[in-house]
Design a protein around this ligand. Structure first.
Ligand code: 5RP
Length: 264
């Protein structure tokens, strides 16, 4: 692997082999998502505990100071909205030249396997990989399901993740599911887990993250289950312990409660 590509991947995947990305890109199709209305306020307290930000260029420029050293995974697909025709109908929104100008560690793009826009989104991924490889910029593929959250089972996610890796993604972001080892085991590049909509309890989050880590994920790209929580900093600290310190769900719950009580 060329030095630039290896260096960028090393900025994202930590020396222990694991990674915690903080996604704050949701506004690119959801608008001012609850608790992400003012991105700077959401992002700043969490920065010390994340390994990278997953973010669009607009929020990066407006809401993150350039002297902040956190590596950036730049969201470069979009062109749809929650009130539009089909969330899968995405295109590339941001050029590789812009990604280089923003000094990013990687670029991220959604693919929508099994939809009317499957071919379009997979060819977008392929095009992005061709450009990224030219400049040593890794591509993270996101196996997106749009509004069809029920699609998130091992069979579907294994298929979508493998296709993304085959087309050249250096990292695949997918959802946790039962039998997650079928997803990670069939994907020849590192897999990280997204969270999806906020679940009812912190313990549910700790349990699925821990299970996915045991079954081959190298980390998380978890947004709403962190920053929609009433205590986002205790939440990210507890999750960091699972990802980087082999904490169990019970350990994580303990960390969460201690930090929450300290925060008052
Ligand atoms: C939204 C995304 C998010 O980065 C991804 O879904 C992770 O966030 P969450 O944990 O909130 O699902 O790709 O387009």
């Amino acid at each position: 692997m060329e030095w630039g590509m290896a260096n960028r991947l090393a900025q994202l995947i930590q020396p222990d082999g694991y990674a915690l990305f903080l996604p704050v890109d949701h506004g690119y199709f959801q608008g001012p998502t609850t608790r992400l209305e003012q991105p700077r306020q959401t992002i700043e307290p969490l920065l010390p505990y994340a390994d990278a930000l997953f973010i669009t260029r607009g929020v990066l420029r407006s809401s993150v100071d350039p002297d902040n050293a956190l590596p950036v995974v730049l969201r470069v697909s979009g062109g749809t909205s929650v009130i539009g025709g089909d969330l899968a109908n995405e295109g590339l929104t941001t050029s590789m030249e812009e990604a280089i100008r923003l000094n990013v560690a990687a670029v991220g793009i959604s693919v929508f396997v099994g939809t009317d826009y499957e071919k379009q989104s997979l060819l977008n991924l392929s095009r992005l990989v061709n450009q990224g490889e030219r400049y040593g910029i890794p591509v993270m593929a996101v196996t997106a399901v749009g509004k069809e959250l029920e699609k998130r089972d091992a069979r579907y996610l294994a298929l979508a993740s493998r296709i993304a890796a085959e087309l050249g993604a250096r990292v695949v972001k997918t959802y946790w599911c039962e039998k997650f080892d079928r997803v990670s085991g069939g994907c020849p590049v590192p897999v990280i887990m997204a969270g999806g909509p906020q679940v009812d309890t912190e313990m549910e989050v700790f349990e699925f993250v821990h299970d996915g880590m045991q079954k081959g994920a190298i980390g998380i790209n978890l947004g709403r289950n962190i920053w929609k929580n009433d205590y986002p900093v205790p939440m990210i600290k507890a999750l960091r312990a699972i990802v980087h310190e082999k904490a169990t769900p019970d350990d994580a719950q303990q960390i969460f409660e201690t930090e929450r009580d300290r925060a008052g």
